[in-house]
Every structure is written in structure tokens, then in C-alpha cells.
Design a protein around this ligand. Structure first.
Ligand SMILES: Cc1cc2nc3c(=O)[nH]c(=O)nc-3n(C[C@H](O)[C@H](O)[C@H](O)COP(=O)(O)OP(=O)(O)OC[C@H]3O[C@@H](n4cnc5c(N)ncnc54)[C@H](O)[C@@H]3O)c2cc1C
Length: 400
């Protein structure tokens, strides 16, 4: 297995990287680098620029207007975005729902929904989790009852990320109660401006409003917004989760944050602190190991072999690494890391501390913010169950 990039791949990396550096607005990159709050406009400005270049749907095939990149090219694009300080591409539209619309939507649905996703104009949210239906997602109870040419939806979704900015939501709803719970679930696209749909903010540990409760009170959804067949939504939902096989590890973001951590160490004059440097070295080894694991998966994909589905393993390692670098940043800042200063999250905050300490004012927020990485996308405990069932039982069939 050859894990080195080919000459063509290195060229691709350089040209994509150059475009990103040239077009990424400086104010957005500096917010990302400083760990400051990003607003809807920040995400969408970058999304629109990528959309104009045809790269927002960077995983899309050419047939649907995407660049048709292979797995390695997608990985290199993500790497260059992270290194340049680009905001995350909000995945709900381009990475999550778009492939489902491509594979299971009608031509009319494809024409109606894909252009708005590709251009970055339309913001999507993911309506899967409910109170009492997170890890055990199949027990979801939000009900959609067909009445003529529409479904009437009642129930509640929760933890819906950035729903306050959402134009549309892809939603799992219960349309049947016969047989296994998985058999009665459908996949609906819901206009979030529909009458009867209300959004209530949930404030998290970091004080930020990133997630929401979403309530449906007799929300009417035209039947043409059903994706695929009624009661087959579970199959599509599972497919959607597997699209994140390697990106879920967030390895490229971790590589960029490792550099930020090193800079903080240098600025704080702590390069002689051997204990701290040992911890950073251990983190770097783990980041390298995860990077190699991601490359092995990509290499298998490129050579046409079907890699073992190790999304769960990548998620566990990646989310733990994310939490570790935020912990180490706190350690570097020492007492300056303690204050939790909401105003410091905004660009232009004058700062209360002199010199390098000003750069520490967002660290507490970053630390709190990243406690959630071991929960969302399926909790790490549940991922460990999946690893036990799939990876260990499969006995390293693919050498992973
Ligand atoms: C910040 C954030 C953003 C999110 N964004 C979205 C979103 O946009 N859309 C969306 O649909 N959902 C979203 N989620 C929901 C997320 O997917 C769920 O929180 C997650 O799947 C866990 O479900 P739960 O919260 O109901 O916890 P539960 O399922 O109630 O689990 C509670 C605890 O029990 C453990 N546990 C449960 N079952 C098992 C088991 N079988 N074995 C061992 N341990 C177990 C869990 O690990 C956890 O520690 C988000 C969550 C967070 C925190």
C-alpha cells in the first residue's frame, strides 16, 4: 500500500491550496484562527465563493455539477481549507442531504433542491434526534400522517444544529407503526418557514446558541417532498451517515490546530517546559497515526477495494484528539485560560490582557465548545459498540 502522494496529487494540492488562500476572506480566516465566533454571514460568504468555483459540493460527481474528485483529492481539498483557516463547510446541505437527493430523489427534486445547495444560498438542517431518540434513533416518534396530497407532521426534534438559520430541514418522521421500528420511518424535506414549525434555542455549556429544539404542530408538507419510498427512510438515513467515513475524524482541522497550539507555546515562552512538550508530542503522534489511518482508507478506496467501514473508529479517535488539543491550549494559557469571556468571541474585542495573553481569551470557549464532539454524530460509547461489532468481529479483513 503506497501512502505517499503522487506527483499529480501534489500538484492538485498546490493549485487548490493557492486558490483557497487567494479567495478566502481575511476577516473570516482571522476569526477561525483566533477561535472566535462565526456568524451565518461568515459561513455563507465562504460557501458562496466555493459555490461559484463549483467546489461547495466538493464530493459531488460531475453529472450533478460537482468537480468529480476522487477520495484523495477530496481529502487534500479539506486539508488545504483547514490549513488556510477556512470555516468548516456546513455539511447538512452539500455533504449530507445532497447525495441522498442524487441517489433517491426524483429528477424534479434534484432540479429543485440541488442548485441552491451547490451555490450555498440555501441552508439545511438535520432533523434526526428527538427527546428519547438519540442513540436509539429508530424509536423516533415525530408523526407524519398522509392526508391527500400532503403529510401533516406533529412532534419534536432536538439538538438541531443551527436550525435558527435553516431554510430547509431533512427530517426522519414516523409514517408506519407495523413491524420493526426501522420499517415505519420516512425521509421528508420540510420548508422551515412552514406554518406550525417553531424553533426554541438551547444554550450549551459554552454559552453559545448552536443547537435548538424544533416543534411541529400540524405542519403541512407536500407529498412531493418525500424522498424515495414511504417507510424506507431508515435505509437512506444510514446511507447518509456512511458518507462521512473519513471526514468525521476532522483530521485536517486537528493538524491545523496543532500548529496553533505550537504557536501558543512559543508565544508563551514555554518551549522549555518538557512535561508540556511531552504531552504535545504524544498528541502529535496520535494525530499522525490517525492521519495514516485516514490515508490507508483513502488508498484502499482509490484502488477500488471496499475498505472496512471504520467511520466509528475514526470518529472516536478524531473527537478525542479534538478535546485533547483544547485541553493543552488551556494548559499553555495557565491562569489566563480561566476567564470565560463571551465578548472575546467577537472579532474586534479590544482584550483585557496584554501581549500574548490576549490570544488566550477565547480558549475557555473553545474548551467548552468541544466537549460535545464525543456526543454528536453518535456518542463515543455507541461508536465503541459499533467498533466491537464490526471491526473486531471482521478480524482485520482489510488489514486495518
Ligand atoms: C452539539 C450537538 C449537536 C447535535 N446536532 C444534531 C443535529 O443537527 N441533528 C440531529 O438530528 N442530532 C444532533 N445531535 C444529537 C446527537 O446525535 C445525539 O445527542 C447523540 O446521538 C446522543 O443521543 P442522546 O443525546 O439522545 O443521548 P442518549 O442516547 O440518551 O445517551 C445518553 C448516554 O447513554 C449512552 N448510551 C446510550 N446507548 C448506549 C449503549 N447502547 N451502549 C453504551 N452507552 C450508551 C450514551 O453514550 C450517552 O452517554 C447533536 C448533539 C449535540 C450534543
Amino acid at each position: 500500500m503506497d501512502l505517499a502522494y503522487s506527483h499529480e496529487e501534489e500538484q492538485f494540492r498546490a493549485s487548490v491550496g493557492a486558490w483557497i488562500v487567494e479567495h478566502l476572506p481575511h476577516d473570516i480566516a482571522s476569526k477561525v484562527r483566533a477561535g472566535q465566533r462565526l456568524h451565518k454571514d461568515d459561513f455563507q460568504r465562504w460557501a458562496r465563493l466555493l459555490g461559484q468555483r463549483g467546489w461547495l459540493g466538493y464530493g459531488w460527481p460531475r453529472a450533478f455539477g460537482g468537480p468529480g474528485w476522487n477520495a484523495i483529492q477530496k481529502h487534500l481539498f479539506e486539508e488545504q481549507c483547514a490549513l488556510a483557516g477556512a470555516p468548516r463547510i456546513v455539511p447538512f446541505g452539500p455533504t449530507m442531504v445532497a447525495p441522498i437527493i442524487m441517489s433517491h430523489g426524483t429528477p424534479e427534486q434534484q432540479q429543485r433542491f440541488l442548485p441552491g445547495i451547490a451555490s450555498g444560498e440555501v441552508w439545511w438542517s438535520q432533523g434526526y434526534s428527538e427527546p428519547g431518540a438519540g442513540s436509539d434513533l429508530a424509536s423516533l416518534r415525530t408523526r407524519a400522517v398522509r392526508q391527500g396530497d400532503r403529510y401533516v407532521v406533529n412532534g419534536q426534534k432536538t439538538w438541531t444544529t443551527m436550525a435558527q438559520w435553516g431554510d430547509w430541514m431533512f427530517c426522519l418522521v414516523r409514517t408506519g407503526t407495523e413491524g420493526k421500528p426501522q420499517a415505519g420511518i420516512s425521509f421528508l424535506l420540510i420548508d422551515m418557514k412552514s406554518p406550525g414549525l417553531t424553533i426554541r434555542p438551547i444554550k450549551l455549556l459554552d454559552g453559545e446558541h448552536d443547537v435548538n429544539d424544533v416543534f411541529f404542530d400540524n405542519v403541512e408538507v407536500p407529498v412531493e417532498n418525500l424522498i424515495g419510498e414511504e417507510n424506507k427512510g431508515w435505509t437512506y438515513a444510514k446511507q447518509l451517515l456512511s458518507h462521512e467515513r473519513t471526514t468525521i475524524s476532522d483530521i485536517n482541522r486537528s493538524k491545523a490546530e496543532l500548529e496553533r497550539l505550537r504557536q501558543l507555546v512559543r508565544d508563551a515562552g514555554l518551549t522549555g517546559d518538557t512535561r508540556l512538550c511531552d504531552d504535545i508530542a504524544r498528541l502529535e503522534v496520535d494525530i499522525k497515526a490517525l492521519d495514516m489511518m485516514v490515508l490507508r482508507v483513502l488508498s484502499l478506496e482509490k484502488s477500488g477495494r471496499n475498505p472496512l467501514d471504520i467511520a466509528a473508529l475514526l470518529k472516536i479517535k478524531g473527537s478525542e484528539i479534538t478535546q485533547r488539543y483544547t485541553e493543552l491550549m488551556m494548559a499553555v494559557a495557565g491562569p489566563y485560560a480561566l476567564p470565560w469571556i463571551e465578548d472575546a468571541m467577537e472579532a474586534g474585542w479590544p482584550g483585557e490582557f496584554p501581549g500574548p495573553a490576549a490570544a488566550h481569551s477565547t480558549l475557555a470557549m473553545g474548551f467548552f465548545k468541544n466537549r460535545k464532539t464525543t456526543i454528536y454524530g453518535g456518542s463515543n460509547e455507541v461508536q465503541r459498540n459499533i467498533v466491537a461489532q464490526t471491526v473486531l468481529n471482521a478480524g482485520g479483513r482489510n488489514g486495518l
